[in-house]
Design a protein around this ligand. Structure first.
Ligand code: ACO
Length: 309
């Protein structure tokens, strides 16, 4: 089977830095509480999904040395589109000058990993170049007077260009997409309302589904947790990541994080963390890299890759 691999990666974040200290000026909270409970120090706010998504996509295309006109498909993972319709993907397509099919996918914070899974299947079916964009602007749906949610979210985008791996051992090895609709009420954003969540229960279920999805893709690829070089988890809360890594049996220093400076950016969080890991030199060719996301739904997805072209 042809495997898809990441040929280019780009990111973008909101232009305005909002620190925990900034939030503590108007909310009954403190930098100390937020850092201890979440690991977040600051978040980036601003920009539309189109602006952030197109910016990240351009960088990814440039790195992959792919012309937008040669793309076969654009999948945009988002749960906070700029408009009900058209899809963000249609606007991004126009902005880039692409001529291919384009659609949005809403799997909340699991969206990027769902989209990578679909890109893999389309490349296995014969497509050559698929652009995956994960973008969310959660700040527009955040109640900035609610200290239980306002501390968590930020705006950002991450994009990857996926192409067929030249080396048959590299690329996507296994994928998993899951949903547990019985937990859908734990995390809800109604039309005209803000994000509402049962944080404690989301925390508990998130750890469980992340670990189960990770084990599933490892088993499908015939690999063990000890084979994983880098885990790139959804960036919701550092304590969720630490609990999941412990239960999975992977050393904490193998988890890529960026939430310290971005907060939870939903569909953008995994590519943002991937970029941060890459900039630190933490990912090398032939490394086994595990992407694992969870979010409203409750959705969950994992993808295992052997890094490199
Ligand atoms: N500052 C100070 N105190 C606070 C704050 C705050 N910002 N927020 C809550 N508190 C208080 C509470 O009122 C409570 O006070 P009480 O004991 O007097 O009642 C106390 O702190 C403890 O609150 P908890 O809710 O028990 O705190 P917890 O340790 O569970 O942390 C948190 C809360 C950070 C929200 C955590 O539960 C969490 O991260 N949950 C997961 C959230 C998540 O991952 N969401 C996914 C969104 S992804 C998507 O799909 C959009």
């Amino acid at each position: 089977m042809t495997r898809a691999t990441i040929a280019g990666l780009g990111t973008a974040v909101g232009h305005r830095v909002v620190t925990n200290h900034d939030l503590a000026e108007s909310l009954d909270t403190s930098d100390e509480w937020i850092v201890e409970r979440t690991g977040i120090h600051e978040r980036r706010i601003g920009g539309s999904c189109l602006e952030l998504g197109a910016q990240a996509a351009r960088l990814a295309l440039n790195e992959a040395d792919v012309d937008a006109a040669d793309l076969d498909l654009i999948i945009c993972a988002t749960c906070t589109p700029d408009q009900v319709f058209p899809a963000v993907a249609n606007r991004v397509q126009q902005e880039l000058g692409a001529v291919c099919g384009a659609f949005d996918l809403n799997a909340a914070c699991s969206g990027f990993t769902y989209a990578v899974t679909l890109a893999q299947s389309q490349i296995a079916a014969g497509m050559e170049r698929v652009l995956v964009v994960g973008v969310d602007t959660l700040s527009r749906f955040t109640d900035w007077e609610d200290r239980t949610t306002a501390i968590l979210f930020g705006d950002g985008a991450g994009a990857v260009v996926m192409t067929a791996a030249q080396n048959e051992d590299r690329g996507v090895l296994s994928t998993f997409m899951g949903s547990e609709g019985r937990f859908a009420d734990l995390l809800v954003c109604d039309f005209g309302d803000y994000i509402r969540m049962d944080g404690k229960e989301v925390f508990r279920q998130a750890v469980r589904v992340m670990v189960a999805a990770s084990r599933r893709v490892l088993e499908d690829a015939g690999l063990e947790a000890s084979d994983v070089s880098v885990v790139i988890p959804h960036q919701a809360n550092l304590r969720i990541i630490e609990s999941a890594m412990k239960r999975l049996g992977v050393a904490q220093d193998r988890a890529a994080t960026v939430l310290e400076v971005t907060g939870n950016t939903s569909s953008a969080s995994i590519p943002l963390a991937m970029n941060a890991a890459r900039e630190k030199g933490a990912i090398s060719d032939d490394d086994i890299v595990l992407l694992v996301g969870f979010g409203a739904g409750m959705s969950v997805a994992a993808a295992l890759l052997r890094w490199g072209q």
